[in-house]
Design a protein. Sequence first.
Length: 178
Amino acid sequence: MDDQNNIKIVDFGLSNIYKEGETLKTACGSPCYAAPEMIAGKKYHGLNSDLWSCGIILYAMTCGYLPFEDPNTSKLYKKILNCDFLIPGFISKASKDLIKHILNTDPTKRYTVEDFRSHEWYSVNKPSEMEGIVIGKDRVPVIEEFLGKIQDCFVTSGISPNCDLAQTVTYIQNNKHN
């Protein structure tokens, strides 16, 4: 939404409607985010499949790229079905653990919403109330307490401990991935 509350992007073309407890058979969604059970053509529960997609989003947000990518759709599907992905070394132990539990090819063993919310990664930082921001209009706020954690990540990742956080602050304020 923009600063006038106008919806800018919405895509329900790849969605599905179902009743609670009902299984689905129709494949929907973007291939890179599709759960293995959907790709395999099995009946699936929408929420379990959506949680897989949330795991893909979590991976992308923490790593900076998608876990499963290939220009050849057949190869992409094989990667997803085999859960063929790597988590970079700079990702925290807690993040790795959560991603591995969400991106589980067995939907009955995949983390549930309750599992996700009780995971140590989820509970590390308490939510803080902030006014909304409009990307491109407002400056992204920098939360000072996180800068020390970012510096610690630099050290544990082998990045120079003398790394100047000023550049990190600039990236945050400009909403740039690095």
